[in-house]
Ligand binder design. Structure first.
Ligand code: RTP
Ligand code: MG
Length: 150
C-alpha cells in the first residue's frame, strides 16, 4: 500500500505537560515512520496560515492565543493511510468526548487544549507539510531495522 504523509503538531499543552515523549512513542509503536521533526514557536501569522479555515470563527482568537502560548513540536509522519490512522489515534476534538485509548481521551478533558493536531485530509496534509517543512527537512530512509548488533 502506498505510503501517505501527514502533518502532526504536539501543541503547547503537550510540550508544557512534558507529554511529547509519550505521544512520540505511541506514533512509533503504531508502526508509523517519522520523516521530519522540529520544535518551533508558532507566530500569530503562522497560526492564521495554518488555521485559515477557522480564522473567521468565534473561537479563533482563543485558538491563536493558545497555539502561540509556548513552542510546539512539528512532525511529518508517514505510513499507509497515515492521515486517518493518526486522526483515529488522536480521538475527537473535545477530550471529554474522546474515547479512552485515544491521545485526547487519555490525556485531557479540554476542547481547546487537546494536545495534538493532525491534518484532516490529503489536501490539508500537503498544504500543512509545506507550511512547516522545507524539502531538505524531510527524510527518506530505509525503515527496516538497522543491524546494530554487528
Ligand atoms: P486540529 O485541527 O487542531 O487537529 O483539531 P480538530 O481537527 O480536531 O478540530 P478543528 O475543528 O480543526 O479545530 C481546531 C482546533 O481549534 C480548537 N477549537 N476550539 N469551540 C472551541 O472552543 C474550539 N473548537 C476548536 C481546538 O484546539 C481544535 O483542535
Ligand atoms: Mg482541524
Amino acid at each position: 500500500m502506498a505510503a501517505e504523509r501527514t502533518l502532526i503538531l504536539f501543541k503547547p499543552d503537550a510540550v508544557q505537560r512534558r507529554l511529547c515523549g509519550r505521544l512520540l512513542t505511541r506514533i512509533e509503536e503504531r508502526g508509523l515512520k517519522i520523516v521530519g521533526l522540529k520544535m518551533l514557536q508558532v507566530t500569530p501569522e503562522l497560526s492564521r496560515e495554518h488555521y485559515a479555515e477557522h480564522v473567521e470563527k468565534p473561537f479563533y482568537p482563543q485558538l491563536e492565543e493558545f497555539i502561540t502560548s509556548a513552542p510546539v513540536i512539528a512532525l511529518c509522519v508517514e505510513g499507509p493511510e497515515a492521515i486517518q490512522v493518526m486522526r483515529g489515534m488522536m480521538g475527537k476534538t473535545n477530550g471529554r468526548e474522546s474515547a479512552p485509548g485515544t491521545i485526547r481521551g487519555d490525556y485531557g478533558v479540554s476542547r481547546q487544549m487537546n494536545l495534538i493536531h493532525g491534518s484532516d485530509g490529503p489536501e490539508a496534509a500537503a498544504r500543512e507539510i509545506g507550511i512547516y517543512f522545507s524539502d531538505s527537512e524531510l527524510f527518506d530512509y530505509d525503515p527496516t531495522l538497522a543491524p546494530w548488533t554487528c
